[in-house]
Design a binder for this molecule. Structure first.
Ligand SMILES: *Cc1c(COP(=O)(O)O)cnc(C)c1O
Length: 385
């Protein structure tokens, strides 16, 4: 097989469109020169609708986790009481970051594979009876493939507390509906290598007016991730306090163009279709899914590996078909594999992964597999054509 044709179906990093790859080849420019401010302003404002805000989106040269850390160090001081909704590995990471900076963390632990309901959050907030500084949530919990109802969780937070509502949208922003104002989200963070179709290395942060006030007055120690520096640099000279990831920013501008050309609404609908095709196809193969249709994210699907045969799927996909999927993390290690279907992903790509799973199962002895998932997925797709 052609060795350069390795197909990424991991929930980050994700495939990069040629157009974006080319845009990132732009000759290097001096970021303190005349051109950079124009580009940064254009990117920061064209990203706003994708983040569901009217405010500019701030960019930091670093991975997605740094965006999570940025949200914490700019709002939470030592001994502040915070609530972290933990629906999987990334909620757990938010909690660990808060703990590392000395917050008193109240973990709302939800069964992995399920979403946090507004009622659960309401009961939890009422049970704490302390002044809460911030409530942290994960929009798409990548480790299980659920999409938490942040639209309702923000409202509960606002109705019951003065806390900031802070959302990790790393593995879904760019593919899902979002409305920071309407959903009472104060800080929304994301990363480049998931639904935003870029290589790793760029962190995105959007803030409400309320969040900006808290950030301004926050006394926690920080330097590189101090958002006040980014806000000041942007407002004064449309620049960044430190050397920006110029090439990735050229790429991000092309991302905005691609999403605008397809239409953001259409991008969201495409991800819904991908989700349904993947899920219906896998169900036709009688592969158990970790999450319910209602809770499932349109960007990533977790398949439960319930026997020796299904545990071989991930390895066989890579060895025989050059298809890369992700395994389970932490307590789901060995229990699931995860298919990413976000960003630069089409219905044809879904047929490719389903086709490869069929052939893998055939190789592993299931002789009814060929054509089963792809036929079902085609039936789903054809209704939308
Ligand atoms: C990938 C991911 C992160 C971490 O991003 P890195 O770029 O790996 O640091 C955080 N949260 C979620 C939900 C993710 O999917």
């Amino acid at each position: 097989m052609l060795i350069d044709q390795k197909f990424l179906f991991t929930p980050g990093p994700t495939p990069i469109p040629d157009r974006i790859q080319h845009a990132m080849n732009h000759p290097m420019i001096a970021h303190r020169g005349n051109d950079f401010p124009k580009i940064l302003e254009e990117v920061s404002s064209r990203l706003s609708p994708i983040f569901g805000t009217e405010n500019p989106v701030y960019l930091i040269a670093a991975s997605g986790t740094s965006a999570l850390e940025t949200a914490v160090v700019n709002t939470v001081e030592e001994n502040d009481e915070v609530i972290v909704i933990v629906t999987g590995v990334f909620g757990d990471r938010f909690a660990n970051i808060c703990e590392a900076f000395g917050a008193n963390v109240h973990r709302l632990n939800v069964e992995w594979g399920e979403t946090c309901s507004p009622e659960q959050l309401e009961l939890f907030i009422k049970s704490i009876n302390k002044k809460i500084k911030a409530v942290f949530a994960t929009y798409c919990e990548t480790s299980t493939g659920v999409l938490n109802p942040v639209n309702q969780l923000g409202k509960v937070t606002k109705d019951l507390t003065d806390a900031l509502f802070i959302v990790d949208g790393v593995s879904c922003i760019g593919a899902v509906p979002i409305d920071m104002n309407g959903w009472d989200i104060d800080i929304l963070v994301s990363g480049s290598q998931k639904a935003l179709m870029l290589p790793p290395g760029l962190a995105f942060i959007a803030m409400s007016t309320k969040a900006r006030k808290v950030i301004k007055n926050c006394k926690a120690k920080r330097f590189y991730l101090d958002l006040n520096r980014y806000i000041e640099s942007y407002e004064k000279e449309k620049s960044t306090p430190f050397t920006p990831a110029v090439s990735l920013i050229y790429g991000a501008l092309e991302v905005c163009r691609m999403i605008e050309e397809e239409g953001f609404v259409q991008v969201i609908q495409r991800h819904q279709l991908l989700k349904t095709m993947v899920r219906e196809g896998l169900k036709a193969l009688e592969l158990p899914l970790l999450t319910s249709d209602e809770d499932a994210s349109p960007t990533v699907t977790a398949v439960v590996t319930h026997n020796e045969k299904t545990r071989q799927i991930k390895k066989t996909l890579e060895e025989k078909f050059n298809i890369v999927v992700a395994g389970g993390q932490k307590k789901l290690k060995g229990e699931i594999f995860r298919i990413g279907h976000m960003g630069y992903c089409t219905p044809f790509d879904v047929l490719k992964i389903l086709n490869s799973i069929e052939m893998t199962l055939h190789q592993l002895g299931n002789h009814n597999a060929l054509g089963t998932a792809t036929t079902r997925a085609q039936e789903v797709w054809i209704k939308h054509v």
